[in-house]
Design a protein around this ligand. Structure first.
Ligand code: 13P
Ligand code: ZN
Length: 271
């Protein structure tokens, strides 16, 4: 067996959580990541027949039965993942009946999967329907995106349009826009279902006054999506209280989307 601590997927989790902490997005235990792994690859590092513990899911995840994820632990600090991946991360397989997560590695101090695992798994289900190559779901509390939630209307079209106006690249990076949920109680199956519903149309879902969910094929793609939204929100927060003299016009957004050949939400523009 190879050394699991040197597995590329463990290293990616460590580097990404450290980077997100560095950006100030993940205070205390804020944020969580789940990453769908290749069974054959995991088998090079772990005995897949050895289940250490069984963690009940509290909802039905039958469509993900047999799938293996590396997941941040509940109550764990992103700040600490790099120093102790085995305590802060877990590798779990969804049981055949879709009711449990079978712990194969990690959570060495007795921990369990993030409290947002319903939203993660339901989002994986939704994204895999749209994009069979989706692997990553990432939740974080980016500062400016949260700030913007307090001063901007919480509406998919209006929020997406404002973000697109803030940086030239936005309509190219997230041409489908962003989904926005109202404030909801976190850690529940209900917010999981609402998130997954938005994930049918968007790779970015904003949880008002809480944070953001991103989904993508790779860690870089997912992080890059959230990073771009956060940058746009930062520019909004730096300028919202000042007289607006210039803007990116809707006609220019069309020009961008057509030049880069992206399938954008035309109904989100006011042409
Ligand atoms: P966990 O510590 O359970 O992952 O929760 C953090 C969080 O961000 C809740 O929304
Ligand atoms: Zn959160």
């Amino acid at each position: 067996m190879k050394d699991i601590l040197k597995a590329p997927f463990v290293e990616e989790m460590c580097k990404t959580t450290a980077n997100m902490y560095r950006l100030g997005w993940d205070e205390r235990n804020g944020g969580n990541i789940s990453y769908l792994l290749d069974e054959k690859e995991v088998g090079e590092y772990l005995d897949l027949n050895l289940v250490k513990r069984v963690l009940p899911l509290g909802f039905d995840a039958t469509t993900l039965a047999g799938k293996i994820f590396i997941v941040t632990g509940s109550g764990k600090y992103f700040k600490n993942v790099l120093d102790d991946p085995e305590d802060n991360l877990g590798i779990v397989r969804i049981s055949a009946d879709g009711q449990n997560a079978q712990l194969l590695w990690g959570y060495s101090g007795g921990g369990k999967c993030t409290s947002e695992f319903p939203a993660h798994l339901m989002s994986h289900m939704a994204r895999l329907q749209v994009d069979p190559e989706n692997r990553v779901v990432m939740h974080t509390h980016p500062t400016h995106t949260l700030a913007m939630n307090y001063v901007h209307e919480l509406d998919d079209k209006k929020f997406s349009h404002t973000l697109w106006e803030m940086c030239t690249e936005c309509i190219v990076i997230f041409p489908e826009g962003v989904g926005v949920l109202p404030w909801m109680l976190c850690g529940t199956n209900s917010i999981g279902k609402a998130t997954a519903d938005k994930m049918k149309d968007y790779r970015i879902v904003i949880w008002a006054m809480h944070g953001i969910y991103g989904a993508g094929k790779t860690m870089d793609e997912t992080f890059g999506l959230i990073e771009t939204v956060e940058k746009a929100a930062q520019i909004y927060m730096l300028t919202a209280h000042l007289p607006r003299i210039n803007t990116i016009k809707d006609e220019e957004m069309v020009e961008l989307a057509e030049f880069f050949g992206v399938n954008y939400r035309k109904d989100f523009l006011n042409l």
